[in-house]
Write a protein of this length. Sequence first.
Length: 169
Amino acid sequence: MASQSENPQSVHEFTVKDAKGNDVDLSTYKGKVLLIVNVASQCGLTNSNYTELTKLYEKYKDQGLEILAFPCNQFGSQEPGSNEQIMEFACTRFKAEYPIFDKVNVNGDGAAPLYKFLKSSKSGFLGDSIKWNFSKFLVDKDGKVVDRYAPTTAPLSIEKDIKKLLGTA
């Protein structure tokens, strides 16, 4: 799925696929604060997370925040749709303007290389594995993972951390 160096030091070293199948070099996000989230359309956390992610994006996109949404069907098969269906759901129902990427696995042997890097950079409360939909990784302008948040952490509750990285706190 992605090309990268042997021992990546930054998310900027990864290339991922967008929802239309195009390669996206994450180095294009250098200088931006990133919130990387594994999303799902049919999860109990969907409404609150998508709603708050959209609010954060609207508030901070012009100050350098990017939200990167990676659909994942590994938890309760709660993201069964095609990329087109996922994008229509997120963009129509929740007015998501941030990029939505190709569906990925976040755990196991087939985990996307980006997610292997994110997990190795910041272990979670129960180890490396992603536990559920809407796990969030906060990445600084240099592509370094600075924090990891549980699926139940409301996106708006990490606003202060985002503002600190944007230099607006």
